[in-house]
Design a protein around this ligand. Structure first.
Ligand code: ADP
Ligand code: MG
Length: 508
């Protein structure tokens, strides 16, 4: 070999070594990056861990806070609001009633015809519309004029040809799913907004008066016979179908629960007398807080960046408004820690861009290549060319966040059962037990888009209730999904509170 050839050979060998070195270096660095991302996932899993022991601590904390909220005004983060609903529909109500349901994302109008026999809702018609975003943060008048005009069009369409004049009186139940200080079953004052609403001039105002004025402006004669929270509507429908229904839970855009309480246990309102001896209490459980809740840095940051920091802490871990956003924050952190999701896309930095239904679709993608995950990452977050193992990682994140949410909601439900002695701690049915210590059949009505449409969430919740209560006790507890209960229930309550229907049933 000549010197030139020898030099070329040495150079070639050196070059080959260099290439191999770069490849090894890349592999090492990519392994290191993968390791960093796995650390982020592990930290998330640990932070969101909800072993049954911890859930039981949450159960106890819910029951304790319920007592405190009933003992004095402001005694707990659980407001435990009186609803003045002291009787639930009997099933004997008759006639046509309307309902308006102002939720978090949607607005529904309903017309319900009641036949006078239990379970005979002759028909009900619903129209659902998204609430235009600009109305959520605008002026009171604009929001209520929108509601009244949708209602008017609905009535005109529904009653066309019936000969019922538009200016004749109608009875209506208004479902208004925000914290309200009720002054009677058909009146109350807005205490604060939640779920992204912020209409400043409405806080402290009489809710029904705002609606009634808008009806008048629109030439309608409507009597608002009941102002209810969505949980209360759901309880009313649940109880209408099954008299063992003692509580109702909503898990949609937001989350909340109500239940039937003995009036003598509502210490903060001494002397409260009702014919039934009970009253529905709206817990406003979205604001529940306890040091036992598994909180991560993502929750802390989400809360700090929200329009209502230090507020609605339980809701921010559970409800549909927030789950997708928590997942986005985790994926963003993973992207900042390494480049396995590629460079940080501008979309990934936009708060709330990953809506919970999309996150659920990623979680429930059962295609072998996770094509739906790929599509959502690409189309929504502008994260492209992600290998399968990274797509799997994204599914993992969704799973951790949803499992925690569902299990905490389950602990909340068992907390209510504990407070009212339906968690089996007083003993369950057996030949020897006294009748008053028997575990009675107990039904909890559940509603809301997250629970209804997100199968994995529902499974995790149902599973956790059994895990906390134990199989034997859990046999007596039925979680029953209702549909449109928040609206139909409001119409039922309007019916039972209208002068046309005075029959009611005992609810305790
Ligand atoms: P609202 O809370 O406005 O009364 P819903 O009870 O219908 O309305 O809940 C709507 C919420 O439920 C949405 O904001 C979303 O967070 C959640 N949701 C709806 N569909 C799905 C789905 N397929 N998967 C997961 N979450 C869903
Ligand atoms: Mg709703």
């Amino acid at each position: 070999m000549g010197r030139a050839a020898a030099a070329a050979a040495v150079l070639a060998a050196a070059a080959a070594c260099a290439v191999a070195g770069v490849a090894v270096g890349r592999r090492v660095s990519s392994r290191r990056k993968w390791g960093r991302v796995i650390d982020v996932l592990k930290e998330l899993e640990e932070g969101c861990d909800t072993p049954v022991g911890r859930l039981k601590q949450v159960v106890d904390a819910v029951a304790v806070e319920m007592h405190a909220g009933l003992a004095s005004e402001g005694g707990s983060k659980l407001r435990m609001l009186l609803t003045f609903v002291d009787n639930l529909p009997s099933g004997r109500e008759k006639g046509t009633f309307y309902a308006l349901d102002l939720g978090g994302t949607y607005f529904r109008v309903l017309r319900v015809q009641l036949g006078g026999q239990r379970s005979s809702i002759l028909s009900h018609d619903v129209e659902r519309q998204p609430i235009p975003e600009h109305l959520m943060t605008g002026r009171t008048k604009d929001l209520f004029d929108f509601i009244a005009s949708v209602f008017k069009q609905f009535v005109e369409r529904e009653e066309s040809g019936s000969g019922y004049p538009l200016d004749r009186r109608r009875d209506l139940g208004f479902t208004f799913s925000f914290p309200v200080k009720q002054t009677s079953v058909s009146s109350g004052i807005l205490m604060k907004w939640t779920k992204g609403f912020a209409i400043e001039d409405m806080v402290g105002k009489e809710v029904v008066a705002c609606l009634q004025e808008a009806f008048t402006r629109n030439g309608l004669d409507v009597r608002v016979a009941a102002l209810v929270n969505d949980t209360v509507g759901t309880l009313a429908l649940g109880h209408y179908h099954d008299a063992d229904t003692v509580a109702a839970v909503i898990i949609g855009t937001g989350t909340n629960a109500c239940y039937v309480e003995r009036t003598d246990a509502i210490i903060k309102c001494q002397g409260l007398l009702t014919t039934s001896g009970g009253m529905v209490v709206n817990m406003e459980w979205g604001n529940f807080w306890s040091s036992h809740l598994p909180r991560t840095s993502y929750d802390v940051d989400l809360d700090a960046d929200s329009p209502n920091p230090n507020d609605q802490g339980f809701e921010k871990m559970i409800s549909g408004m927030y789950l997708g956003e928590i997942v986005r924050r985790v994926i963003l952190r993973m992207t900042l820690e390494s480049d396995i999701f590629g460079p940080v896309s501008s979309k990934l930095s936009i708060p709330f861009i990953l809506r919970t239904p999309l996150m659920a679709a990623m979680h429930e993608d059962d295609s072998p290549d996770l094509t739906e995950v790929e599509r959502i990452l690409r189309d929504i977050l502008e994260v492209r060319d992600v290998p399968l193992k990274v797509r799997k990682l994204a599914v993992n994140v969704c799973d951790v966040v949803t499992r925690r949410a569902a299990r905490l909601a389950a602990a909340g439900i068992v907390g209510i059962l504990k407070k009212i002695g339906r968690d089996g701690s007083g003993g369950i049915v057996s030949g020897r037990s006294r009748p008053d210590t028997r575990m009675r059949r107990t039904v909890v009505a559940i509603e809301g888009g997250l629970y209804t449409n997100y199968g994995m969430f529902r499974e995790y919740l149902n599973e956790a209730v059994v895990e906390i209560l134990g199989e034997e006790v859990a046999q007596h507890v039925i979680l029953r999904e209702t549909e449109d209960g928040s609206g139909i229930g409001a119409a039922l309550l309007a019916a039972s509170n209208s002068s046309r229907n005075v029959d009611t049933v005992q609810m305790l």
